[in-house]
Design a binder for this molecule. Structure first.
Ligand SMILES: NC(=O)c1ccc[n+]([C@@H]2O[C@H](COP(=O)([O-])OP(=O)(O)OC[C@H]3O[C@@H](n4cnc5c(N)ncnc54)[C@H](O)[C@@H]3O)[C@@H](O)[C@H]2O)c1
Length: 411
């Protein structure tokens, strides 16, 4: 496939840093591709851009270097390992020069306090911000000689947007941009700048991103593929796999309590109730989608600084079976937040590049399994969502590619 650029919004954050370190370490033969969905059957039968051919750039509101960001991750949680960071240090320095300043419009005080310099909105109208973002994308493509650019949002979670319906039509959204409507959220400006220039976009966060109706209309009209929202990586992934078991056996789940603690910058931003609201909604929505009769479905997220990038989730499931017998299930999940998320952003970039080359446009529902709240997809059962991906691969795989493996059946 032609040269593909991956543009991270939030490029100096933990997920983007881990994805870049990981991709460059894979390219240099320093680590394996474990954790990447596109590196196992059936997705590996698609003609995707190779990981070692991806060129990285991005926007951020912080100035810290990628090497410093990686070293901080290592110091606070051991991932990535210092030898891996050393092996890609030159690459990180080169990529640092391709990270531009962005906008933090309506990201809330928890996010703006991260900024090392005045964000674009300090002295630019909304239309000028959008033009600036477009110019950044264009300059990156030109300097790196790229044929295709995929924009992935891994910036901090924004507060929920009040009345998103006002941007339901493309016409209304574009008028709002022209009229300097300062209610528009940064994530949607990045998405607008990308989609209006024909760059595919994925929203790995619960922020509005490309979910506004006007942006969906734009993406469909301009034939640009996009998808979101909020990556499904830890506790929510387990829920999407486990809840169908209770449903399938007609076990009535009365209560599901989930308590997450984490110590990274994401956790610090989510301390602000306004930023946390969207995350709680997308996490809670999984169970509501699979277990519509659940009586009590609660998720908590708390910031515990000493945990660094390691997130722990305790889940308590109280359910009822035959003869009204009440039973319980409890589990503990301990994951390296960024090691779980980073490979999925590389998968999304490769699959969106493929969809773009195939001329597909609008929401890419076959990518639902990657997201907690897949846009316009009602299916939350993980294995059915994976079937959607596998069916897509089967439809698109080259002739002669390995067929999707059938599940083993005993005689
Ligand atoms: N780690 C996971 O498993 C996971 C899963 C699903 C979703 N997410 C979401 O992914 C996002 C990134 O997570 P992270 O752990 O890398 O967070 P992080 O705090 O380490 O990184 C976020 C980066 O975005 C930058 N940023 C914030 N607002 C920005 C803006 N408007 N423009 C440009 N840059 C901006 C910050 O400076 C920071 O460098 C968060 O929204 C998080 O909720 C994470």
């Amino acid at each position: 496939m032609s040269d593909v650029g991956v543009w991270f919004v939030g490029a100096r954050g933990n997920i983007a840093t881990t994805a870049i370190v990981g991709a460059r370490a894979i390219a240099r033969g320093e680590t394996s591709t474990t954790g990447m969905v596109t590196e196992r059957p059936p997705c590996d039968s698609l003609e995707l851009p190779a990981v070692d051919e991806l060129t990285f750039g991005g926007h951020d509101i912080r100035d810290r270097g990628l090497r410093e960001a990686a070293a901080e991750l290592e110091a606070n949680g051991g991932v990535p390992a210092s030898e891996t960071i050393e092996a890609v240090a030159d690459d990180l320095e080169e990529i640092d020069d391709r990270i531009a300043s962005g906008t933090a419009l309506n990201c809330g005080p928890r996010v703006t306090e991260l900024a090392d310099r005045e964000p674009l909105e300090a002295d630019h109208a909304v239309g000028e911000i959008v033009d600036g973002l477009r110019e950044d994308y264009a300059a990156f493509c030109e300097r790196q000689g790229l044929d295709r650019l995929i924009v992935i949002n891994v910036a901090s979670t924004e507060p929920e947007l009040a009345d998103p319906e006002r941007y339901d039509a493309r016409e209304d959204l574009e008028r709002a941009i022209d009229e300097d409507d300062r209610d528009l959220p940064a994530s949607s400006l990045y998405a607008y700048a990308a989609l209006s220039e024909g760059h595919p976009y994925a929203n790995f966060t619960p922020s509005p991103g490309s979910s506004l109706g006007g942006l969906r209309e734009l993406a469909a009209e301009e034939d640009v593929p996009h998808m979101g929202s909020d990556g499904k990586t830890g506790e929510s992934l387990v829920k999407a796999a486990l809840a169908p078991m209770f449903a399938g056996r007609n076990l009535r789940v009365m209560s599901w309590e989930g308590h997450n603690v984490l110590g990274n910058t994401d956790g610090r931003v989510l301390e602000d109730e306004r930023n946390k609201a969207g995350k709680l909604a997308s996490k809670g929505g999984i169970l509501d989608g699979i277990l519509p009769d659940i009586e009590h479905n609660r998720v908590r997220i708390d910031y515990t600084p000493s945990l660094g990038d390691w997130k722990t989730a305790w889940d308590y499931v109280h359910f009822e079976g035959f003869l009204e017998t009440q039973m319980k299930m409890q589990f503990t999940w301990e994951g390296s937040d960024s090691a779980l998320a980073a490979p999925l952003t590389l998968d999304l970039a490769r699959l969106l590049a493929f969809a773009d080359r195939e001329g597909e446009s609008g929401l890419q529902s076959h990518l639902a399994s990657f997201f907690k709240a897949p846009e316009r997809v009602d299916e939350h059962d993980l294995s059915r969502q994976l079937d959607m991906l596998y069916e897509y691969v089967e439809e698109h795989a080259d002739e002669g590619a390995e067929p999707v493996p059938e599940p083993a059946v005993d005689d």
